[in-house]
Structure formats: C-alpha cells, structure tokens
Design a binder for this molecule. Structure first.
Ligand SMILES: Nc1ncnc2c1ncn2[C@@H]1O[C@H](COP(=O)(O)OP(=O)(O)OP(=O)(O)O)[C@@H](O)[C@H]1O
Ligand SMILES: [Mg+2]
Length: 263
C-alpha cells in the first residue's frame, strides 16, 4: 500500500470558498510528488487537510495505512510536515527545538539528540545549536524548520515551499538530503513555485488550479504532451529571439494561464 493515498479530497472554508475540489493521488515509497499551482490554487489548504490540521469537507486521506480523519493522532506519527508559515517555538533553543520534536514522536532521548546533531550538521546549523531561535536569520529559521520535519524519520514528508529564502548552497544541500530520504523509502509531497526544483526532484507532478488537479504525470511526459515541439522560440528582448528546449514552466503556464491578467 502506498504511504500516502488521497481520495476525492475537498475542502470548503466557512466563507463558502471551495479551496480544494475532489483531488485524488497516491505517493509511493521513495517517490517525490510535486504539487504546483498559482498563488491561491489550494496547495497549502490541501496540505493542511492531508496532515489532519484542517478537517476535510469530504474525501479521505490514508497515511501509512491509517485514515487521517478517523485516527488523526496515529496517522500523524508517520508524518513530517514543514508548513509554508514559520511554526518554530521561540521557547526553545535551536537543538532543543529538534530534540523536543523527536521526544514528541516518542524517540528515545539519546536517539533524538544524535539525530538532531546530525541534522544540524547537514543543514549547516551546528554552530547555532545553543542559540535562541529568534537570533537566527530568516533563511536559517527555514533550514531549522525543514530539519525538524525530518527529525523523526517520517514515512511521509510534506514540504510546503521549503526552499523559499534559502541561499543557493542551502537549496542544493536540501536537494541532496531529500535524495537520501528517498533512498530510505520516504514518500515526499513537495509544493514549490520553482519549476527547476520540481523538474529536478519530482517523479510525478500534479498541477492544481482553482482547487482542481488539471493533470498528473512525470515532468517529461507533461512536457511531451503539452508542449510537443522540440524547441521553443522565445523573444528575450524586442527583436531578439532564441531557441531552447521546452520545460516544465512552459507546461505550467500553458495549463494555468496567467491569473494576473484580468480579461
Ligand atoms: N483560513 C481560510 N479561510 C478562508 N479562505 C482561505 C483560508 N485559507 C486560505 N483560504 C483561501 O483558499 C484559497 C487557497 O489558498 P491556499 O493557501 O491553499 O493557496 P496556495 O495554493 O497554498 O497559495 P500560495 O502559492 O500563495 O501559497 C485562496 O483563495 C485563499 O484565499
Ligand atoms: Mg501555500
């Protein structure tokens, strides 16, 4: 059974807006699934419902064999989440932030400490271990929050725009870390607005638009099906054209159009 199964999930907020409409997908062991879509498409709402933080209006989510609606606490034991917004606890210093999270997930104290030390080293935060969280820069806080989502070695890892604010080196480092997680069998759900990142990391991609999944496929298949030409002619500045291979951004823009242009 796939570690994450989402079936006909919908979410309507109290104001009547249906932010997620009947979406279904599965993520297999060691698979990275990308959820792409414009601002307001419903990605974070879907993530909050999948994680059990918001109740779904209909549909269901099974995390590592447990139904999130019926057994939220048990289901969430298999889950690591890094939300879009900052959720660090300012009461604890950097290493305690991680260790306490591990203890909450019932790790032995020794294991939680050694895993925390390892992640701090991997994310370039070892020298900040005993600093208060408020003393970290924005990008360092983001690294810490991503590290925390990995601490308890979750079967399913959900990352909502994890690389926003990360410097190029930290971003590459995170890509490597996610590669290692995948070889451990972790199923990863990744939301990102960076098309290069999605193309590089994701086995399959779902394009969400106004709450609906427009298409799901591998980046290569999406490109072949939606931009079926070998080269794209692009005007880089007035009168200057160059040719390049089609990419995921071409697919994204074709399927979602521009939500900024009101016609
Ligand atoms: N708590 C809420 N109550 C009512 N409407 C909400 C709430 N949270 C989000 N929305 C609305 O639901 C829709 C989807 O929002 P959501 O945050 O899921 O989008 P998103 O795809 O994550 O966007 P972004 O790329 O900007 O993070 C938007 O129209 C948003 O205004
Ligand atoms: Mg969001």
């Amino acid at each position: 059974m796939s570690p994450l199964i989402v079936s006909h999930l919908s979410k309507r907020y109290g104001n009547g807006l249906e932010a997620v409409s009947d979406i279904s997908f599965e993520i297999g062991k060691g698979e990275c699934f990308g959820l792409l879509g414009p601002n307001g498409a419903g990605k974070s709402t879907a993530i909050q419902c999948i994680s059990g933080f918001y109740p779904a209006t209909s549909g269901n989510v099974v995390l590592n064999g447990r139904d999130v609606g019926r057994e939220p606490r048990l289901a969430r034991r298999s889950l690591g989440v890094c939300s879009q917004e900052e959720t660090l606890d300012s009461d604890f210093n950097v290493i305690d932030q991680l260790v306490r999270h591990g203890r909450y997930f019932r790790m032995e104290a020794r294991d939680a400490v050694s895993r925390a030390e390892m992640l701090l080293a991997e994310f370039g935060l070892s020298d900040k271990a005993f600093e208060p969280v408020e003393s970290l820069s924005g990008g360092l806080k983001r690294r810490l929050q991503v590290a925390r989502s990995l601490l308890a070695m979750p079967a399913v890892l959900i990352l909502d725009e994890p690389t926003v604010g990360l410097d190029p080196d930290a971003r590459r480092r995170l890509w490597e870390i996610l590669g290692k997680e995948r070889t451990r069998g972790t199923a990863i759900l990744l939301c990102t607005h960076y098309m290069d990142e999605a193309e590089r990391l994701c086995d399959r991609i779902g394009i969400l638009y106004r709450g609906k999944l427009l298409d799901i496929d591998s980046p290569e298949n999406l490109i072949a099906r939606h931009v079926p030409v070998e080269t794209v002619d692009e005007e880089v500045r007035p009168g200057v054209h160059w040719k390049r291979r089609p990419n995921l951004e071409d697919v994204y823009l074709k399927l979602t159009g521009s939500s900024l242009v009101q016609t």
